[in-house]
Structure formats: C-alpha cells, structure tokens
Design a protein around this ligand. Structure first.
Ligand SMILES: [Zn+2]
Length: 217
C-alpha cells in the first residue's frame, strides 16, 4: 500500500538562478569525485517559456495527485522565485527524507534538427544499493508510464527512453531510489507546444504520478 510512503519531487532549476550567476556557478561536489556548478539556469522554448517554470508547474501537479492518494510529498524547493538549491543539497533532501522515490523533473534544450521526445536518466554505474535495482525499476516505471500516456521516446538521447548517466550530481549523490525525467526538447516545436500548454503539463503530470504510484505499489 502506498500510504505512509514519502516521495521527493525535484523541479529542475529555479526562477532566480538567471540573475544570480555567481551563486549558481559555485562549484559543489557532484559525486564520483567530480565538482560541478551548484545549479544552472536551464533552457527555454524558442518563445521564451522557461524550463524552471515548466518543471515547477508539472511538479506541483504531480504533488497534488500524489497527496490525494495519501503520499507524503517533499519538494526540493519551496517556490519558483528563489536561487538553487545546489545539486548536492537537492540530493540531500531525498536522503534526509528517507524518500521511497526521488523524481527530478526537467526539460531539455537541443538545437539538433528534429530532436524530440522524452528520456529518463539514472545513475550508472550505480554507487550504492538504492541506485541499483530500485532506481532501475523506478526508471523503467516512469519510462513505461510516459510511453503508455502517448509520449514519444527521445530521438536523440539514450535508448528507448532510457539514459544511463555518470555525470549528474543529484543522481550520483542519492542514497534513495532516484530518476531524472527530461520531459522533452523545449527547442522542438512539437514538444514545446505540449509543454507550453496547461493541458500538456497536466498530461505529463498524470503520467508521472501514475508511474510513481505503480512503482510504490
Ligand atoms: Zn534541466
């Protein structure tokens, strides 16, 4: 039963990052001995709809759906007007909450012609037990859920919507089952159209919430 479960949702970036470059460029531990910038500004559609606003909106829709099912949801940031938090701090939120699942929500920005579709990234090779089978199952459930909802898998990153990564600090530093969704390519007209519409964001949220529930059941 999902009751009593804790889910951490991590909406990528933040609205204040763009005007606080010194703070977000500060180097922080990102796992595997790497140092990386605290955070980044994220991308935007060609019409100027910014990734931080998209991730914040989708994460809140997912939060509402999970909360209605009795899940305790913890967000890695309290609003869309702040700075950061840094990737290591975002991972710490999931660890400290002892989250049953940690899901980061992002959108990509590729200028490759025709590049579109979603992919789900996971830490590989895994650095602890939670990054092994549990994170693999979470990643597959998210991929399967987005596919079942009609979203196309990425034409330009990963394989069949799955992308193993060794360079993402939030995933590397997680001690809980974790995955990072790149919902689509904001530079692609088709994906941008879906992400820019309220109905489109609800469709993402419905698929993500349903997949998280499938993972927890
Ligand atoms: Zn992002």
């Amino acid at each position: 039963m999902p009751g009593g479960k804790v889910v951490v949702l991590d909406p990528g970036h933040n609205g204040g990052n763009g005007s606080h470059t010194a703070e977000i460029n500060k180097q922080v531990p990102a796992g595997r001995g790497q140092m990386k910038p605290c955070n980044t500004t994220g991308t935007a559609t060609n019409a100027g709809y910014e990734e931080h606003a998209f991730t914040w909106d989708v994460a809140n829709r997912v939060k509402d759906e999970l909360a209605a099912k009795g899940i305790k949801v913890v967000m890695t940031r309290p609003n869309d007007t702040g700075v950061g938090p840094c990737v290591d701090q975002r991972a710490a939120v999931g660890n400290q909450a002892k989250a049953d699942a940690v899901v980061s929500i992002h959108a990509d920005g590729s200028d490759s012609a025709g590049a579109h579709g979603f992919h789900v990234a996971y830490s590989n090779p895994p650095l602890n037990a939670a990054q092994g089978a549990p994170s693999s199952k979470l990643t597959h459930d998210l991929r399967d859920g987005l596919k079942a909802a009609g979203f196309a898998t990425s034409t330009y990153i990963g394989t069949d919507g799955l992308s193993p990564r060794a360079d993402l600090g939030g995933l590397n530093l997680s001690e809980r089952p974790s995955a990072l969704i790149e919902c689509g390519n904001m530079r692609n007209a088709g994906d941008a159209g879906t992400m820019s519409s309220s109905d489109g964001r609800q469709k993402y949220a419905d698929a993500i919430a349903k997949a998280i529930m499938a993972y927890l059941s």
